[in-house]
Each structure stands twice: as C-alpha cells, then as structure tokens.
Design a protein around this ligand. Structure first.
Ligand code: UD1
Ligand code: UDP
Length: 385
C-alpha cells in the first residue's frame, strides 16, 4: 500500500479547533488516500462549550490524544504542553506538525517540534500586531521563525514575512533554514463559507433568544488586555450601555469564561448590576460555531476584540468595531468595514454613530476563494521529500 504523508495537528484553544475543521474536511474530501492526520488536543480550552461542542458540529475527528493541560500561568501551561507534545512526536514520528494561529498551544508545538527536527507547517503565518505586550505576538513570531512551510491568509501577512527576512524565491526542498512561504487565503473563510447556510438552518439560538425579528448588536470580549484591566473593561461597558440606550437595540454577548470570571471584580458595582439586570442586554455562555455564525449573519453590527470574529464580521458584511489598539487584519480597516476604537468609550460610541450614518459598502475578496485548506494540503504533498 502507498505510504501516506503523516500529519500531526496540534489544537487547544477554541479558534484552533474551528480552524482545524477546514483542513480535516479537505483531507476527508480530497486527500484521504494521500494524507493521514493525527490530532493532539492540548486541553488549553476544556469547558464543553469551548471545546467538545465543536467536534461533532464541525465534523472534526475526535482527538487521538488529549494532554488535558488546562489553565495555568503562561510558563506552566506552555511547559506542560511542550512535554506532552514532545513525547507524542517522538512516538508518532509525523512528517509534518501542523500549527494554527498564535496561542500557547501553537508556541508549545513549535518549541517541541523544532528541537527534534520535525518540520512545522504554520497556518495563519505572518500576522503581526507589532505589539509585543500581546502574548500572541510572541507566540506567532517564534512559531513563524521555526517553521518550514508558512501559509499566510492575507497579502499583509505575506509582506510581513518578507520584511522579516523570509524569501519568496526559496526553492524546494524546504526546511527550517530554507522555508517556503505562501499567500493562500484563510481557512476561517473556508469554514464560514461552508457553514453559512447550514448555520441558519440548524441553529435554534436566534429563536431561543427571541431575536428572529428584532435588531441586535453582537459583542465578544476576551483579550487579557481588556478583561484584566478594570479601567478598560469599565470604559467598554459604559460605551456598550450608551449604544444600547441610543439604538434601542438588544446587545448579545456570548461571554468567554475569562470574561465571565472577571466581570464582577473588574467592573464598578453599579455598572455590573446595570449590565446583568438590563432587559436589552443578553449575557449568554459561549455558543457553538453554528450558533455564532447565525448570530453574526443576523446582527446589525459587531463589536469585538476577537481576531476571528473581526474577520467573520467582514465575511458576513457587517460593520465591525474593534476594541483593540491595533489589528493584524488591517485590510478590513482599510476597506472601511471596520474601525479601531481600542477600549475608549468615546471612540467606541463615535464608531457606532459613524457606521449608523455611513454603513460600509465595499467588501473586496481578500481572504481567498474559500478553499485555502485544499491548497495547503496540495503544497504539503508537493514538498514532501
Ligand atoms: C487564548 C489565547 C488567545 C485566543 C483565545 C481564544 C493564549 C496566550 N491566548 O486566550 O490568543 O484568542 O484563547 O479564545 O494562548 N477558561 C475556562 N475554561 C476554558 C478555558 C479557559 O474557564 O475552557 C478560563 C480560565 O480561567 C483561564 C482563562 O479562561 O485561566 C484564560 O484561558 P487561556 O486559555 O489561558 O487564555 P484565553 O484568554 O482563552
Ligand atoms: N466563537 C464561537 N462561539 C462563541 C464565540 C466565538 O464559536 O461564543 C468562534 C468565532 O465564530 C470564531 C472563533 O470562535 O470562529 C474566534 O475565537 P476567539 O474569539 O475565542 O479567539 P480569537 O479569534 O480572538 O483568537
């Protein structure tokens, strides 16, 4: 029997589980006779609604290994992952290690594999915030600089790699000292395209929340720089309260566990009480991906500090207010579809007013053709020596 290319995929945090669905689907549909995938879940996210909910819904194979690392400080969490991933790499001996994005699970995979010379494939390579106080910025730079194949979803990401010394003209065979870089589109766009219709058919959340006919704004908050800083969190929620009052619309907030845990301690008591008791504010637990897509598709506007949700706002052509000082997805700001408002009450409200008056009109196709995952599979096969 012909030998298959053996991939070992590391996932751990919610967005990675979702991203991995695109590649697993491409393997199942187009490459099952050439590619074999082994999935390692680090256990970075572990609540049912942050992890298990996605596997069945998105058709991702159950992980072959779960390291059950759980939550801890950056050093402890990453170290536990490195130890676990290294053991599995030594016994499974994959041809490639697949890593997504910029979480501690990504970094742990990069450290473990590069030291024992297993080639790394980094999906979502080249993204930069140019803000090294973000843990994700450190994770993505280190992962990119130890990778063999780097797949960037956007032109900006590709250009960032060139600016850091990666060469577009490198010739195969690729290895960590002669990496191959690609601008290939976004696997998250693959997923959004694939699941958009299914989401509205299958998810009952809009009905359950009584939102089928009433206009609403969708919001997510989970960046440590926002949740852990009382002043910033306070500004954000004051802005949200004002927008609810000005618009008369409902605000739906599926809360990341990090945020739910910090809301009471990091908000002023009167603001906290107003939010939890407000009839137009729906604080809900994290939702499944299909439910999230259904919310995004029906929302009037999206206010978020999430990387993934910013992009999905763009995919579904919704105005987006970004509650961060900068974004890695600068194309969506340049297209006029998103505004950076940081955690400033004034800027968030001003962005909402500006979008009310002038909704974005242009959504150029900047995230590929919806089949980045098949391209990635094809290139891995080509470069397999
Ligand atoms: C992580 C990533 C971030 C990504 C986000 C996606 C890093 C450094 N950060 O941030 O880039 O945007 O995932 O959601 O890797 N918790 C639970 N249950 C869970 C998971 C987390 O209660 O299933 C709580 C714990 O209190 C934990 C906190 O959330 O301490 C933060 O979790 P962690 O995975 O460390 O970071 P995220 O903020 O989720
Ligand atoms: N998401 C979800 N349920 C939620 C919130 C987000 O399925 O309650 C999805 C969202 O649609 C996107 C991904 O999670 O695909 C984004 O993950 P997150 O915001 O946690 O992390 P980031 O993208 O900022 O790293």
């Amino acid at each position: 029997m012909k030998k298959k290319l053996k991939l070992l995929t590391v996932i751990g945090a919610r967005p990675q589980i979702i991203k991995a669905a695109a590649l697993s689907r491409a393997i199942k549909n187009n490459f099952s006779d050439q590619l074999q995938e082994i999935i390692v879940h680090t256990g970075q996210h572990y609540d049912e609604n942050m992890s298990a909910v996605f596997f069945d819904e998105l058709g991702i194979p159950q992980p072959d290994y779960n390291l059950s690392v759980g939550s801890a400080s950056h050093g402890v969490q990453t170290a536990r992952m490195i130890e676990g991933i290294e053991k599995i790499l030594l016994s499974e001996k994959p041809d490639y290690l697949i890593l997504y994005g910029d979480t501690n699970s990504t970094l742990a995979g990069a450290v473990a594999a590069s030291k024992i010379h297993i080639p790394i494939v980094h999906i979502e390579a080249g993204l930069r915030s140019f803000n090294k106080s973000m843990p994700e910025e450190i994770n993505r730079i280190l992962c990119d600089h130890s990778a063999t194949l780097l797949f960037s979803p956007t032109k900006t990401g590709f250009d960032n790699l060139i600016n850091e010394g990666f060469k577009a003209g490198n010739k195969a065979p690729f290895h960590a000292d002669n990496p191959g870089i690609y601008h290939c589109g976004d696997v998250m766009y693959d997923n959004s395209k694939y699941f958009a219709e299914i989401a509205l058919q299958k998810s009952t959340l809009l009905k359950d929340l009584d939102l089928e006919k009433s206009p609403f704004i969708l919001c997510t908050i989970h960046r440590n720089a926002n949740t852990d800083e009382p002043k910033r969190l306070q500004q954000i929620f004051e802005a949200l309260l004002e927008i609810v009052s000005l618009s008369g619309q409902t605000l739906v907030l599926p809360l990341h566990p990090r945020t739910s845990k910090l809301l009471k301690t990091n908000l002023r008591e009167e603001t906290y009480q107003e939010i939890v008791n407000h009839e137009k504010i729906k604080l809900i637990p994290p939702v499944s991906f299909l439910a999230m897509i259904a919310l995004e598709k029906q929302a009037r506007m999206i206010i978020t500090d999430s990387g993934g949700v910013q992009k999905e706002a763009y995919f579904f052509q919704k105005p987006c207010i970004i509650m961060r000082p900068e974004t890695e997805w600068k194309e969506i700001v340049e297209a006029g579809a998103a505004v950076i408002a940081d955690a400033s009450k004034e800027k968030i409200i001003a962005a909402w007013k500006a979008f009310q008056a002038n909704p974005p009109m242009h959504y150029p196709e900047i995230f590929g053709d919806g089949d980045a995952a098949s391209f990635i599979c094809g290139e891995m096969l080509k470069n397999w020596v």
